[in-house]
Every structure is written in structure tokens, then in C-alpha cells.
Ligand binder design. Sequence first.
Ligand code: HEM
Length: 121
Amino acid sequence: MQHAHMTAWFLALVLFFVAIFLIKGGKAKGAKIVQMIIRVMFLLILGTGFMMLSKANSSGILGSDAGLQYILKVLLGVGVIGLIEMILARVKKKKSTGVMWIALVIVFGLTLYLGFSLTLY
Ligand code: HEM
């Protein structure tokens, strides 16, 4: 499940940059298709994420000190998905994305940090 989670978010990230290049290059149709694939990846990320969460729950981790970290990890992960969606929408409308890029780098970094530290539990 972890490998599926990792593969899905990695692919989503790569395709996110592909979509931006396609939008900026005026290839709206290609960008739309790539964005559909990104959304499938989002579903896989969420699916595998919640499966891992329920596994952590059934082993009682959520009630321990690490529980809060799991909840935070999930919220940050959902935040990454939201920011990617918002950036793509704003790039399409040619609106400024500067602040969102900074937010994405921070939220993504924290998600990676928490995600990898949770694997130690
Ligand atoms: C694009 C956003 C996301 C990124 C970059 C990300 C990244 C990671 C990383 C690096 C790990 C640790 C290694 C691994 O198992 O792959 C991890 C684990 C985890 N992720 Fe995510 N994740 C994201 C979204 C989500 C979402 C939306 C959820 C909730 C549904 C979620 C739930 C979890 C859980 C519960 C674990 C803990 C696995 C364990 O017990 O070891 N993640 N994530």
C-alpha cells in the first residue's frame, strides 16, 4: 500500500509539471487529458492513504502520541492536493500563483517529512 501511495503522489507531481508546461504552451486539450490522469492519481493517493490510516487505527496507533501526527499528515496531504488543483486552475486563467507556489513547497515538504517519519512507527 505504501508503494502504491508513493508511486501515485510521485506520478501526480510529475504530471502536474507536465500539465503546467502544456497549459503554458497553449496545448489546452493535452493539458485537460493530463489533468484527468492527475485526478485519478489523487483518488489513488486518497484511497491508499485512507487504507493506511485505517490500518494504523486498527493497530491502535491513532490513540497514541503518534495519532496527532497521522491526522496532521492526512490534512497536509489533502492540502497538497488542494494547492495543486488551485495552481492549475489559476495558471489556466493566467492569474498569479506566486504565493501558492510558496505554500505548495512548504506544505509538500511537511507532508514528506511527516509521511516518512510515520513509516518508522
Ligand atoms: C500529494 C500528497 C501526498 C504526499 C506527497 C504524501 C506522501 C507520503 C509519504 C512520503 C509517506 C511515507 C512513505 C509512504 O508510505 O509512501 C506517506 C504516508 C502516509 N500517507 Fe501520504 N501523502 C500524500 C497524501 C496523502 C493523503 C491525501 C492521505 C490521506 C488520505 C495520506 C495518508 C497517509 C498515511 C495514513 C500515511 C502513513 C503510512 C504509514 O503508516 O506508514 N497521504 N505519505
